[in-house]
Design a binder for this molecule. Sequence first.
Ligand SMILES: [Zn+2]
Length: 323
Amino acid sequence: MKIILSILPVLLTLLFYSCSNTVEQSPPGSNPGGAASGIECGTETVTSSMPEIKLPYQNGTSHLVTQGYNGDYSHDSAPHNLALDFEMPENTAIVAVAAGKVMALKEDSDTNCTSSSCADSANYVLVDHGNGVYGRYVHMCKNCVDVETGDLVEAGETIARSGNTGWSTDPHLHFEMNSFISGCSLSYPFQEVPGTGIPVAGNTCTSGNDGSHGVSYESSKITGNAFAANGIILTSQTPWYISAGDSIRFQGSVTTGETSVTVFIMGPYGGNPLDYETGVVDSSGNFNFTFVPDLTAGSYTIAIDASSDGSFSSPSSLTFLVE
Ligand SMILES: [Zn+2]
């Protein structure tokens, strides 16, 4: 089968956190607006089904917000512009903003600097908080992550300790809530922050994260219309992240008459597929197949497209993680 691919690279800035006083730089060829959902960053809103969150440090403690949403230094471009930097001495406890499941982490770095050359060196924890949103907690000190991938955590539970790793000038915590479907940071209110619930640079915010909120958690699933722009409607409860070796089921329908469906897994910035699986579309337009990607733990992008002649073109892609 001939497969022709021209996949739009998608910006997944997992490795490009920047909280220095230099301008954030996107990877070459990045396409921040390239989600298959067609959602533009800044237009997706927090819904009542998304979890309530409280500040990511211990109940009763206070920290200065050194950079807020759209901050000039390094929060100035989508998809990671709706982010917060909290001034925080090294080794300060970082707690989960809501209940969730640890998707991915890095804690082996001991380096930082004030340029993008250190972007890969940021330690971090990613936590799925359910209903399509996850938290990014970034810049921890070396060996300062206190959870493992796959762990369930409670609201207010200590998950890591702060540091100054990666593209960072001073010890602090960078935190943002992200959408799986758009890949964008979200304007996401904290329950205990007065007014809009959104901390502002220059404010000192006191945590009320006593763990009494957000006690229920159900892992986020790829929404049915995530690949609607490619003519695909999913009905399977397909996760946004898997453990290496897991089998993933793809069940749904094709809305545009093609006879096969292919799932592609690519690197974090798109490019040629690292693995793929094709399923047959029946006469009713439905498909149902499983895929066991041959991938090690890491961050990837996923795309699904339909075809009748074995050629696929420009399927946009979304964040996908292997833990
Ligand atoms: Zn930041």
